[in-house]
Ligand binder design. Sequence first.
Ligand code: ATP
Ligand code: MG
Length: 671
Amino acid sequence: MRRPHIYIYATLFALAAALLAPHPLTAALAVAATALWGEWLLLWIYSMRWPLEPHREKARIGGYLAAYDPRRKVYHILWKAEPTRSEFGIAAAQTIHEMFASLALNPSEYIAVVQQEKDRYIRFSTKIPDESRISHVESVLRTYFVLQGDLWVSGKIKPRRWIYYAAAAPLLFGLFNPVFLLIAALLIYHAHNIRKWYREAELFFSFEAVSTKRDIGTSRQSLETFAGAEAAAIAKMEKWAVVFTPRPEAAVEKEFGKAYESPVEKRGVVVKLHKTSQLLERMLKHDERPIYMQVFGSQDLATQLEIRIDPLANVLFWVPKGAYMTKALSHDLARIPIFYGGKLMSSGRKLFVGYDRFSRPVEIDIDSMPTSHSVILGPSGMGKSWAAATLLKRLVESHEDLKIVVIDPHGDYVPLAKLVGARVFEVPKYIPPISQLKNNRYLHMLLMEFGLAQPGADGAGEAEAAVKAMAKVAGVELPHEAHVTGVGHIVWDLRPLKHDAAAQAFFVSLILLWYLTQWGARPHAEKVETAIVVDEAALLLHSAKITETGLVTNTVLTLIRQLSMGGRKYGFALWIIAQLARHVPEDIVENAGFVLQLGGTTRALKKSLEVLALDRYDYEYLRSATTPRETVGGAASAGSRPYAMGVLYLSPRDLKYHVKIPLEPLLKEAV
Ligand SMILES: Nc1ncnc2c1ncn2[C@@H]1O[C@H](COP(=O)(O)OP(=O)(O)OP(=O)(O)O)[C@@H](O)[C@H]1O
Ligand SMILES: [Mg+2]
């Protein structure tokens, strides 16, 4: 059995033979071919212009909504799906195999993973409407994907009537050879069936290209060589899908049997024997299962999979049939980016971060973060501040309801303030209205940590005196309490304190403490209203202590833990920026909503490797990172825009992207 085209060509050939060499034999062949395969021929002709798919009806299987193909008696159950992990190429092989093994599909059950622009879907197809089986499949899938069910897809437009005229065309030849009258009648019958059983594909799933190879390499080595490259090429497609099903043991045995039983003298047999033994060895050595798979796409792809434009691709996608599919092993599914590029499923507000390695845009859903704090890490000069300022600019430009507050020790965000119209408060000339914090326990504790207060004596005036004393460092006699509510975006510029690390640490902590206590006292909010950014967060570690449980902590860190790890219900998002993973307490990095790790040297990444569980591929990507300056320099890239390179992690799942973040040149030029 081969792909349907061979039948189409055979039919065309038989028709031509009957026309050119009229003879009872050619006539009989032409009639037989038309009867058997005339439908494929017409489908093929029609689909060149308008892709067709089988007509489907809504059916209920217990609690599940199914798309039922009444002609083939196949139920399709669809979910919207986002992978809960981010694995790619050969690294994904083990997980995919494990998923395949736990699904334990029958030979008449099929799984399809579909990527359609930004959305991903999973389809389970079966002939048996058994709710408990579907729910089992669903529960297995749920360990790998977040699923949303009850999807329904089917085109509504019937094939156009001209399919009858096409079918009737052989009538013209009826003048020369009456057998064509019979052939036309058969084709008209097929056309009638096509109008009854097919619909024009709606924009939703419809594929133009399908893999044409029947066998892919049996050697594990070729899989290891090609998996990453093929997955990358497929990831770049606007849409793709893979359908897979187990290949019955009997079919495999038969193939082996045939090879072994043939007389060995022939060269072809030796090749076959060699291949089957390789296949067997690969299966045993790597615990792989024989499968059938078919890859669909939106364009040609010249890899081992040989994906080619084919008018029948869409029909084949909905009519799974082992016979049309590629023989492969379960690990070969790693050639398709099944687990790459998941995202959080929600319709919240999005922040565009950059492009992944396949130039697909990567977005953060700012309302779906499980915790309200995030961390940006990267050695000096890799573009943390620039990237953060770029993200903030995008954030406020696309979401008018969002305000930003930046605590800026180096004045890196002053250009941003100009661009987005933020108030710049020079510290310590201006400070937050701390007189609102009378008798605040945390404020008192902070003062104690900096040796600015006596234990027990938390009377009024204590804080004012302490601030005044600290402000002297920068030659400021009398700090003003700034009006910070209702003034829009704010940048706290701490440059006047740059020569005194302790004073800088004190004011950074004080400002953050002020915001955290303010937000902590508010009624709960579900939506992020303000993004608070602390650059150079190492300053927050001033006089931090290590508790018996190994937690690095002080007053501000305690507040961060209480407010941002306790939930995202306070309506703010805190972004913590630091050079090294060492500069932020480990638990804060581990719990972050997102972590953006920019590239750097082996030494700078040492701690990140451990805390962020970077794998070899992440590490290599980060090591290859260039500085923003390099990305703009050089004659070859004249006029190119600067970007920063990093690994982006999204919580609560292990979603990981290798991103390039385009940086906003205006944020540097304005300095
Ligand atoms: N006008 C400019 N044009 C191009 N590149 C620039 C310009 N100004 C600075 N850079 C480059 O941008 C990078 C600095 O970016 P940024 O200030 O965001 O670094 P950072 O990671 O925050 O470092 P630090 O930890 O020291 O604050 C450096 O590589 C620098 O060479
Ligand atoms: Mg910086």
